[in-house]
Design a binder for this molecule. Structure first.
Ligand SMILES: Nc1nc2c(ncn2[C@@H]2O[C@H](COP(=O)(O)OP(=O)(O)OP(=O)(O)O)[C@@H](O)[C@H]2O)c(=O)[nH]1
Ligand SMILES: [Mg+2]
Length: 691
């Protein structure tokens, strides 16, 4: 029997690294009886952090699914990484979760990772609540965390729990909706009781605040609230549910995951008050035939629309496609179309609990499942019926902020490395591999050093390819500032058939970014028309390697305006060589310069680090374009030469205690300063001598 939509809750956990998302997910799964031990991060025994790479680093590197049956339904928990390098999985998880649980480390309040990730939640107006976790730790204070959450996210974040006791004495919670004190045994079993006398006043006051905030989400309720000074229990519950569903109210809950306090009540809260997949705003997609926007209500009776949000590729298991059924009902053996790729058939289907899985026959709208043995389906693909093909929305993945050159240790492993990286790319759309023939390097563009490290580790362990990483070469360019007229002449007339080509070229600068222009101003056939294309070819070839540092020459206009030929000895080849010689000669006389790529960057940093960040940008030959406050962070915009951005994300993190992040995009080319130019010229000369 399949689980009906109204009984399904999809809860995504996000938050700062180490806030306790995985441990909280573990405690929920344990309380739901999915596992018979409460796994521990430091022992590598949790359900979600099951890969070797996660166990050795004691941190989540991938999103994980934990299916927890609860009451008459089930809660699909999506445990997401907190590490910025894995924002890709966070976005994939947010896309399929209907409610986001933001886990806060009670020791730190709202930290920069939480701000970064929550930005994506707010953008989609997703339902969300906050869980203040680790309240069993010394020197933690629930109220301070509430203040920090409200400072960051506004007054619609309001407690629906109060903690009972502090640190070692943290015993349980007061449920402000039911007005009960709840304590937990180590299996998460709840014992409800009366609110302790010393907390009664606090609880009354907090409940009043909660009711007022719920009333504020809805005009009818607000009117009733003003009339009666409170809300009836019925209005409170409907207001709470609809307030959460439309993202108008962010409840704050209390927990200590390692002691299993608050996890089972969190399951209750999610099941009772968080929206089912059919109760969140309707998904908008694009009709594949008409290319018009189309709404996809979450209805089991509608045509199938399944979104594959993650491919898990594990040795000995094969590929698992994690997918959300946004509409329709899927069953094994049904033919579907992958809108981006082609025909597919739904084969076996599973529910996922960490690395374990349980076969199911089918799934209804709103559910999250794993599909196996799909032919050619990647993260981000949509599976539909032939009769209604829709393209489901893909998250806006962040642009890479780091590039490295990558090459196999063993000669001849290039192809193997390329195939392996392609395979890894199917499950992680946030890195790119680009072969750059001009730089003669394969470049890996990614989100940060940990992601790159992990890719290297996977290449070795899963594909048997060992690689080295190098500093990427910079795609310098060369151009000219002056105009020169020059003769290019090639003459060889000793014995046999000779060679003769003679052309006069005018080299002049073009505006930045124009590239190359060639003009033919030959008059009176001094060079026969059939040889003019060879002149252009000779110039184009010579421009591939500029005389200063060997970089591509750009933004130059070359005009051929005079020359001579020989009836027997002239040939395409001779004119090509002549033009190439002429260009090289004229180029050096035309005030050549070296250009370097400049990137625009945007840095997000907490106030206290902005001085350091800006000083560092200047020391990288960068310019500050502007700065503006965003909450308690500053957004600093600047431009920096690409050569100075090598490992910038790493340096930025270390100068800001891990709190600053940045994005970048290519802006334009600019002349390099004198010292850089001398250095590049010298390196080029040395490399030419070494051959
Ligand atoms: N004392 C205490 N420790 C906790 C609690 N929750 C988690 N921890 C510990 O905090 C550390 C990090 O916990 P994780 O569950 O890995 O946190 P996470 O948010 O999943 O971390 P990332 O996946 O790295 O972002 C582990 O050592 C946990 O044992 C808690 O409620 N109390
Ligand atoms: Mg984790």
């Amino acid at each position: 029997m399949t689980m009906t939509t109204d009984k399904i809750r999809n809860l995504g956990l996000i938050g700062q690294r180490g806030a306790g998302k995985t441990t909280l997910a573990e405690a929920m799964a344990y309380s739901a009886g999915v596992t018979n031990r409460l796994g521990v991060i430091t022992d590598g025994t949790t359900l979600s952090d099951y890969t070797d790479e996660e166990k050795s680093r004691q941190t989540s590197l991938n999103l994980s699914l934990l299916r927890c049956p609860w009451k008459s339904g089930k809660i699909n928990i999506v445990d997401m990484p907190g590490h910025m390098d894995f924002t890709g999985d966070v976005l994939a998880g947010i896309a399929v979760a209907d409610t986001i649980g933001v886990v806060i480390n009670a020791g730190g309040g709202v930290e920069v990772g939480t701000l970064q990730f929550f930005h994506y939640v707010e953008k989609d107006n997703k339902p969300a609540f906050f869980i203040v976790n680790r309240l069993d730790k010394e020197n933690t204070d629930f109220d301070k965390n509430v203040a920090s959450i409200q400072e960051a996210f506004g007054s619609k974040a309001v407690p629906v729990n109060l903690p009972i006791g502090k640190a070692n004495d943290f015993k349980g919670i007061i449920d402000l909706i039911k007005m009960k004190a709840i304590t937990f045994d180590d299996k998460g079993k709840q014992t409800p009781g009366d609110i302790p006398a010393d907390l009664k006043d606090d609880a009354d006051a907090a409940r009043e605040k909660m009711i007022e905030s719920i009333a504020e989400t809805n005009d009818d309720l607000l009117e009733k609230f003003f009339e009666a000074g409170t809300l009836s229990d019925e209005d409170l519950l409907t207001g709470l549910k609809s307030g959460i569903a439309k993202g108008g109210f962010y409840p704050i809950l209390a927990a200590a995951a390692t002691s299993n306090i608050g996890a089972s009540s969190l399951l209750d809260f999610t099941f009772d008050y968080a929206p089912s997949p059919a109760e969140v705003p309707v998904l908008k997609a694009v009709d594949d035939d008409t290319e018009k926007e189309i709404e996809i209500p979450c209805k089991s009776a509608d045509p199938v629309a399944v979104y594959v949000f993650k491919i898990i590729s594990e040795q000995h298991v094969g590929d698992l496609a994690l997918a959300k059924v946004f509409a329709g009902t899927i069953k094994s053996g049904v033919d579907v179309v992958n809108v981006q790729k082609g025909n597919e058939r739904i084969g076996q289907m599973f529910e996922i609990i960490g690395k374990d899985r349980k076969e199911i026959d089918g799934a209804e709208a709103g559910d999250i499942v794993a599909l196996v043995k799909l032919k050619d389906t990647h993260s981000g693909n949509s599976l539909c019926l032939k009769s209604r093909k829709v393209v489901l929305p893909i998250p806006d993945y962040p642009e890479p902020v780091m590039d490295m050159a990558i090459r196999p240790k063993a000669k001849g492993d290039d192809e193997k490395m390329g195939l392996a990286l392609n395979k890894l790319g199917e499950s992680d759309p946030t890195f790119k591999m680009v072969q750059d023939p001009a730089l003669k390097q394969t470049l890996l563009f990614g989100q940060g050093p940990t992601q790159v490290d992990l890719l290297v580790e996977k290449l070795k362990n899963r594909f048997g390819v060992e690689v080295d990483l190098d500093r990427p070469r910079i795609p310098y360019r060369e151009t000219i500032k002056g105009t020169t007229e020059i003769q290019g002449k090639y003459k060889k007339q000793s014995g046999g058939r000779g060679q003769y080509g003679d052309c006069w070229l005018r080299l002049s600068p073009l505006d930045r970014g124009v590239g190359f222009e060639f003009a033919d101003e030959i008059k009176g056939g001094v060079i026969p028309g059939k040889f003019v294309p060879s002149v252009e070819k000779g110039v184009v070839e010579a421009m591939l390697e500029g005389g200063l540092c060997g970089a591509q020459v750009v933004d130059v206009k070359v005009t051929v305006y005079f020359g001579s030929f020989h009836a027997v000895d002239s040939s395409d080849m001779a004119f090509k060589v002549a033009a190439s010689m002429g260009f090289k000669d004229g180029y050096i006389k035309s005030k050549p310069i070296i250009l370097e790529p400049i990137f625009n960057i945007t840095v997000f940093a907490p106030d206290e680090f902005t001085g350091d960040v800006m000083g560092d940008i200047s020391s990288r030959r960068g310019k500050i374009i502007g700065m503006e406050p965003v909450g308690r962070m500053q957004r600093i915009r600047g431009s920096v030469p690409q050569s100075e951005l090598y490992k910038y994300s790493v340096d930025l993190r270390s100068m800001s205690q891990g709190q600053a992040v940045y994005t970048r995009d290519f802006s334009h080319y600019e002349e390099v300063p004198h010292d850089v130019s001398s250095k590049l010229k010298e390196e080029y000369q040395t490399s030419k001598q070494e051959g």
